[in-house]
Design a binder for this molecule. Structure first.
Ligand code: FPP
Length: 247
Protein backbone atom coordinates (compact mmCIF):
# COMPACT_ATOMS: atom_id res chain seq x y z
CA UNK A 1 0.00 0.00 0.00
CA UNK A 2 1.47 3.34 -1.08
CA UNK A 3 1.62 6.09 1.51
CA UNK A 4 -0.33 9.28 0.78
CA UNK A 5 2.93 11.07 0.05
CA UNK A 6 3.89 8.44 -2.53
CA UNK A 7 0.53 8.91 -4.26
CA UNK A 8 1.38 12.54 -5.08
CA UNK A 9 2.46 12.92 -8.71
CA UNK A 10 5.55 15.17 -8.76
CA UNK A 11 4.82 16.16 -12.37
CA UNK A 12 1.43 17.64 -11.47
CA UNK A 13 2.13 19.55 -8.24
CA UNK A 14 0.12 22.72 -7.68
CA UNK A 15 2.63 25.56 -8.07
CA UNK A 16 0.75 27.75 -5.59
CA UNK A 17 -1.45 26.61 -2.68
CA UNK A 18 -3.45 29.16 -0.68
CA UNK A 19 -5.01 28.30 2.68
CA UNK A 20 -7.77 29.87 4.75
CA UNK A 21 -6.75 28.58 8.19
CA UNK A 22 -10.04 28.47 10.06
CA UNK A 23 -11.33 26.91 13.26
CA UNK A 24 -8.74 27.87 15.89
CA UNK A 25 -11.38 29.39 18.18
CA UNK A 26 -13.75 26.42 17.91
CA UNK A 27 -10.91 23.97 18.53
CA UNK A 28 -9.96 25.82 21.74
CA UNK A 29 -13.57 26.00 22.90
CA UNK A 30 -13.96 22.24 22.46
CA UNK A 31 -11.05 21.70 24.85
CA UNK A 32 -12.51 24.25 27.28
CA UNK A 33 -9.62 26.64 26.58
CA UNK A 34 -9.41 30.34 25.70
CA UNK A 35 -9.35 31.17 21.95
CA UNK A 36 -5.70 32.17 22.07
CA UNK A 37 -4.72 28.55 22.77
CA UNK A 38 -6.31 27.64 19.46
CA UNK A 39 -4.11 30.20 17.71
CA UNK A 40 -1.05 28.84 19.53
CA UNK A 41 -1.86 25.31 18.40
CA UNK A 42 -2.49 26.77 14.91
CA UNK A 43 1.11 27.98 14.79
CA UNK A 44 2.28 24.37 15.13
CA UNK A 45 0.12 23.45 12.12
CA UNK A 46 1.64 26.38 10.18
CA UNK A 47 5.10 24.99 10.99
CA UNK A 48 4.21 21.42 9.92
CA UNK A 49 2.43 22.41 6.69
CA UNK A 50 5.17 24.86 5.64
CA UNK A 51 7.80 22.19 6.14
CA UNK A 52 5.72 19.62 4.20
CA UNK A 53 5.12 22.09 1.33
CA UNK A 54 8.83 22.95 1.12
CA UNK A 55 9.79 19.28 1.13
CA UNK A 56 7.31 18.42 -1.64
CA UNK A 57 8.66 21.20 -3.86
CA UNK A 58 5.59 23.48 -3.80
CA UNK A 59 6.75 26.92 -5.07
CA UNK A 60 4.26 29.23 -3.25
CA UNK A 61 2.21 28.75 -0.07
CA UNK A 62 -0.08 31.64 0.92
CA UNK A 63 -1.63 31.65 4.40
CA UNK A 64 -4.49 33.93 5.47
CA UNK A 65 -3.01 34.88 8.86
CA UNK A 66 -4.91 38.10 9.61
CA UNK A 67 -7.72 39.71 7.65
CA UNK A 68 -8.70 43.37 7.48
CA UNK A 69 -11.89 42.33 9.32
CA UNK A 70 -9.89 40.66 12.11
CA UNK A 71 -9.02 44.16 13.42
CA UNK A 72 -12.64 44.23 14.71
CA UNK A 73 -12.12 41.30 17.09
CA UNK A 74 -11.83 42.03 20.85
CA UNK A 75 -8.64 43.99 21.58
CA UNK A 76 -7.17 41.18 23.74
CA UNK A 77 -7.47 38.74 20.85
CA UNK A 78 -5.99 41.18 18.30
CA UNK A 79 -3.06 41.89 20.65
CA UNK A 80 -2.54 38.19 21.33
CA UNK A 81 -2.56 37.37 17.60
CA UNK A 82 -0.06 40.16 16.81
CA UNK A 83 2.26 39.01 19.60
CA UNK A 84 1.99 35.43 18.39
CA UNK A 85 2.74 36.40 14.79
CA UNK A 86 5.76 38.50 15.76
CA UNK A 87 7.15 35.90 18.20
CA UNK A 88 6.63 33.11 15.67
CA UNK A 89 8.45 34.99 12.91
CA UNK A 90 11.38 35.76 15.24
CA UNK A 91 11.52 32.15 16.44
CA UNK A 92 11.03 30.53 13.03
CA UNK A 93 13.42 32.64 10.92
CA UNK A 94 16.24 30.07 11.42
CA UNK A 95 13.83 27.28 10.33
CA UNK A 96 12.99 29.28 7.20
CA UNK A 97 16.72 29.69 6.49
CA UNK A 98 17.39 25.95 7.04
CA UNK A 99 14.56 25.02 4.67
CA UNK A 100 15.56 27.60 2.00
CA UNK A 101 12.16 29.33 2.44
CA UNK A 102 11.65 32.94 1.37
CA UNK A 103 9.11 35.00 3.35
CA UNK A 104 6.79 37.44 1.56
CA UNK A 105 3.77 39.33 2.86
CA UNK A 106 0.64 40.67 1.18
CA UNK A 107 -1.80 43.14 2.72
CA UNK A 108 -1.85 46.57 4.28
CA UNK A 109 1.28 46.36 6.44
CA UNK A 110 0.91 50.05 7.32
CA UNK A 111 -1.85 49.04 9.76
CA UNK A 112 0.44 46.73 11.77
CA UNK A 113 2.04 48.00 14.99
CA UNK A 114 5.51 49.43 14.24
CA UNK A 115 7.43 46.62 16.04
CA UNK A 116 5.50 43.93 14.17
CA UNK A 117 6.05 45.61 10.80
CA UNK A 118 9.79 45.89 11.51
CA UNK A 119 10.04 42.17 12.44
CA UNK A 120 8.36 41.13 9.19
CA UNK A 121 10.53 43.47 7.11
CA UNK A 122 13.67 42.05 8.80
CA UNK A 123 12.63 38.46 8.12
CA UNK A 124 11.73 39.29 4.48
CA UNK A 125 15.20 40.85 4.02
CA UNK A 126 16.99 37.95 5.72
CA UNK A 127 15.26 35.28 3.64
CA UNK A 128 15.23 37.24 0.34
CA UNK A 129 18.00 35.11 -1.19
CA UNK A 130 16.30 31.75 -0.49
CA UNK A 131 15.28 29.89 -3.63
CA UNK A 132 12.92 27.17 -2.35
CA UNK A 133 9.34 27.67 -1.20
CA UNK A 134 7.96 31.23 -1.04
CA UNK A 135 5.83 31.49 2.10
CA UNK A 136 3.36 34.35 1.61
CA UNK A 137 1.64 35.62 4.77
CA UNK A 138 -1.55 37.60 4.22
CA UNK A 139 -1.50 40.20 7.01
CA UNK A 140 -4.17 42.84 7.38
CA UNK A 141 -5.33 41.60 3.99
CA UNK A 142 -8.67 41.58 2.23
CA UNK A 143 -9.46 41.47 -1.47
CA UNK A 144 -11.77 44.46 -1.40
CA UNK A 145 -9.06 46.55 0.30
CA UNK A 146 -6.55 45.33 -2.31
CA UNK A 147 -8.82 45.97 -5.30
CA UNK A 148 -9.72 49.46 -4.02
CA UNK A 149 -6.03 50.20 -3.47
CA UNK A 150 -5.24 48.98 -7.00
CA UNK A 151 -7.90 51.28 -8.52
CA UNK A 152 -6.57 54.23 -6.55
CA UNK A 153 -2.97 53.63 -7.64
CA UNK A 154 -3.92 53.15 -11.29
CA UNK A 155 -5.98 56.37 -11.18
CA UNK A 156 -2.96 58.23 -9.79
CA UNK A 157 -0.72 56.92 -12.56
CA UNK A 158 -3.35 57.90 -15.15
CA UNK A 159 -3.63 61.39 -13.67
CA UNK A 160 0.14 61.77 -14.09
CA UNK A 161 -0.18 60.66 -17.71
CA UNK A 162 1.83 57.47 -17.13
CA UNK A 163 -1.10 55.15 -18.01
CA UNK A 164 -4.03 55.55 -20.38
CA UNK A 165 -7.44 53.85 -20.12
CA UNK A 166 -6.76 51.99 -23.40
CA UNK A 167 -3.53 50.54 -22.02
CA UNK A 168 -5.14 48.95 -18.96
CA UNK A 169 -5.54 45.20 -19.37
CA UNK A 170 -5.64 42.20 -17.02
CA UNK A 171 -1.86 42.20 -16.60
CA UNK A 172 -1.97 45.88 -15.52
CA UNK A 173 -4.55 45.03 -12.84
CA UNK A 174 -2.43 42.09 -11.61
CA UNK A 175 0.65 44.30 -11.47
CA UNK A 176 -1.07 46.81 -9.15
CA UNK A 177 -2.39 44.20 -6.70
CA UNK A 178 -0.43 43.44 -3.52
CA UNK A 179 0.28 39.98 -5.05
CA UNK A 180 2.18 41.49 -8.04
CA UNK A 181 4.75 38.97 -9.27
CA UNK A 182 3.16 35.99 -7.46
CA UNK A 183 1.42 33.44 -9.74
CA UNK A 184 -2.29 32.82 -9.12
CA UNK A 185 -3.13 29.96 -6.72
CA UNK A 186 -3.90 26.59 -8.31
CA UNK A 187 -5.49 25.18 -5.16
CA UNK A 188 -7.35 26.86 -2.29
CA UNK A 189 -7.84 24.89 0.93
CA UNK A 190 -10.24 26.04 3.66
CA UNK A 191 -10.47 24.21 6.96
CA UNK A 192 -13.28 24.01 9.54
CA UNK A 193 -16.20 23.22 7.25
CA UNK A 194 -17.08 26.80 6.25
CA UNK A 195 -17.94 27.05 2.54
CA UNK A 196 -16.88 30.66 1.90
CA UNK A 197 -14.04 32.65 0.32
CA UNK A 198 -14.27 35.44 2.95
CA UNK A 199 -12.72 38.31 0.95
CA UNK A 200 -9.56 36.33 0.13
CA UNK A 201 -7.74 36.61 -3.24
CA UNK A 202 -10.98 37.19 -5.20
CA UNK A 203 -9.16 38.19 -8.42
CA UNK A 204 -6.38 35.62 -8.08
CA UNK A 205 -8.65 32.61 -7.36
CA UNK A 206 -10.47 32.94 -10.73
CA UNK A 207 -9.37 29.46 -11.89
CA UNK A 208 -8.27 27.86 -8.61
CA UNK A 209 -9.58 24.47 -7.54
CA UNK A 210 -11.40 24.79 -4.21
CA UNK A 211 -11.01 22.19 -1.45
CA UNK A 212 -13.01 22.31 1.77
CA UNK A 213 -12.44 20.07 4.78
CA UNK A 214 -14.24 19.80 8.13
CA UNK A 215 -10.93 19.52 10.01
CA UNK A 216 -10.23 22.49 12.27
CA UNK A 217 -6.89 24.22 11.55
CA UNK A 218 -5.15 23.14 14.81
CA UNK A 219 -5.85 19.48 13.94
CA UNK A 220 -5.14 19.75 10.18
CA UNK A 221 -2.29 17.29 9.63
CA UNK A 222 0.37 16.79 6.97
CA UNK A 223 -1.64 13.72 5.86
CA UNK A 224 -4.72 15.97 5.43
CA UNK A 225 -2.55 18.32 3.33
CA UNK A 226 -1.41 15.43 1.12
CA UNK A 227 -5.05 14.30 0.75
CA UNK A 228 -6.01 17.78 -0.53
CA UNK A 229 -3.17 17.71 -3.09
CA UNK A 230 -4.15 14.22 -4.30
CA UNK A 231 -7.76 15.41 -4.67
CA UNK A 232 -6.50 18.39 -6.71
CA UNK A 233 -4.50 16.05 -8.95
CA UNK A 234 -7.68 14.15 -9.85
CA UNK A 235 -9.49 17.28 -11.05
CA UNK A 236 -9.63 18.27 -14.70
CA UNK A 237 -8.70 21.95 -15.06
CA UNK A 238 -10.33 23.33 -18.19
CA UNK A 239 -9.90 27.12 -17.85
CA UNK A 240 -13.18 27.61 -19.73
CA UNK A 241 -12.28 25.19 -22.55
CA UNK A 242 -13.90 21.85 -23.37
CA UNK A 243 -12.63 18.55 -21.99
CA UNK A 244 -11.53 17.52 -25.53
CA UNK A 245 -9.51 20.71 -25.96
CA UNK A 246 -7.53 20.28 -22.77
CA UNK A 247 -6.82 16.58 -23.29
C1 FPP B 1 -9.02 31.49 12.15
O1 FPP B 1 -9.56 30.83 13.27
C2 FPP B 1 -7.64 31.86 12.34
C3 FPP B 1 -7.15 33.13 12.43
C4 FPP B 1 -7.99 34.32 12.35
C5 FPP B 1 -5.72 33.41 12.63
C6 FPP B 1 -4.75 32.44 12.05
C7 FPP B 1 -3.50 32.56 12.81
C8 FPP B 1 -2.70 31.55 13.18
C9 FPP B 1 -2.88 30.15 12.78
C10 FPP B 1 -1.54 31.85 14.05
C11 FPP B 1 -0.36 32.47 13.47
C12 FPP B 1 -0.01 32.23 12.08
C13 FPP B 1 1.23 32.30 11.54
C14 FPP B 1 1.35 32.42 10.06
C15 FPP B 1 2.47 32.28 12.33
P1 FPP B 1 -10.76 31.53 14.05
O2 FPP B 1 -10.19 32.26 15.20
O3 FPP B 1 -11.56 32.35 13.09
O4 FPP B 1 -11.55 30.27 14.51
P2 FPP B 1 -13.13 30.13 14.72
O5 FPP B 1 -13.76 30.34 13.39
O6 FPP B 1 -13.27 28.72 15.21
O7 FPP B 1 -13.52 31.14 15.74
Amino acid sequence: MQSLKQQIAQANLPKHIAIIMDGNGRWAKRQGLARVFGHKQGVQTVHNITEAAAELGIRYLTLYAFSTENWNRPKEEVDALMTLLVDTIALETPTLMNNNVRLLTIGDLSRLPENARRKFIDCIAQTAGNTGLSLVLALSYSSRWEITDMARRIAREAAKGRLTAENIDESTVSAYLTTAGIPDPDLLIRTSGELRISNFLLWQLAYAELYFTDRLWPEFSVEDFYTAIIDYQHRERRFGKTSEQVN
